[in-house]
Design a protein around this ligand. Structure first.
Ligand SMILES: C[S@@+](CC[C@H](N)C(=O)[O-])C[C@H]1O[C@@H](n2cnc3c(N)ncnc32)[C@H](O)[C@@H]1O
Length: 202
């Protein structure tokens, strides 16, 4: 089994502070989405692989009803203390995203992913897309920043082929926005793409 499927793999990286992906601040392009028509205040928002929780806390401070999941206990402990410090309520789940069951289906108006899709086992990408579909409410929005979109060997992060990812998520969702014109941090400029997908009403 690919080691990235195990919580211990990620938890160890947090414990030894080998967290090269961590921005230590909310994702700028995510903050920009709060002003868009797709992100309505008070929406039920799920953040997958929330890590240290900067995005979750920023969203809660902007009046979204936030659930944030990560299977690293160390990451969630940090995120919980950040939320406490910032005086916001967030529903943190220490759980494997793939194990979210029918109790969570059709629960979220928005789901956000930043550098989680590239962190999972590439063999499980279809399973991931199906889970996103199950968790979204009808008309719900899936917002993902695809990174890294250049060719590379190995991972994590595992390379994302834009056409492949678009085909995968478009199987059950409608692509409504795809743009590289976003507020990327300097080292990731030109290497990422924001996409928004909508689930149908049916
Ligand atoms: C590269 S990190 C990104 C963290 C955060 N999104 C950020 O931008 O800082 C990937 C995160 O996904 C989490 N993760 C990976 N697979 C997961 C799974 N199956 N269930 C829950 N969390 C998972 C890891 O523990 C890790 O925190």
């Amino acid at each position: 089994m690919n080691e990235v499927n195990k919580a211990e793999f990620w938890d160890t990286l947090y414990k030894i502070n080998s967290v090269g992906w961590d921005l230590k601040t909310p994702t700028p392009a995510f903050l920009d989405l709060f002003k868009s028509d797709y992100f309505k205040e008070k929406s039920k928002l799920l953040i997958t692989g929330c890590g240290y929780g900067y995005d979750a806390v920023a969203a809660a401070k902007s009046n979204f009803d936030v659930t944030a999941i990560d299977f690293s206990e160390t990451a969630i402990q940090f995120a919980e203390s950040l939320a406490k410090k910032e005086n916001v309520k967030i529903n943190f789940l220490v759980n494997d995203f793939f194990l979210l069951d029918e109790n969570y289906f059709q629960s979220y108006e928005i789901i956000f992913d930043y550098v989680t899709f590239c962190a999972i086992d590439p063999a499980r990408r279809k399973e991931y897309a199906n889970k996103i579909f199950q968790l979204l409410k009808p008309t719900g929005i899936f917002a993902i920043i695809l990174f890294p979109i250049e060719k590379r060997i190995g991972g994590p992060p595992f390379a994302i082929d834009v056409d492949e990812a678009t085909k995968l998520f478009s199987d059950k969702l409608e692509l409504i926005l795809s743009t590289d014109n976003i507020n990327s941090i300097k080292p990731r400029k030109g290497r990422e793409l924001l996409q928004l997908y909508r689930k149908s009403n049916g």
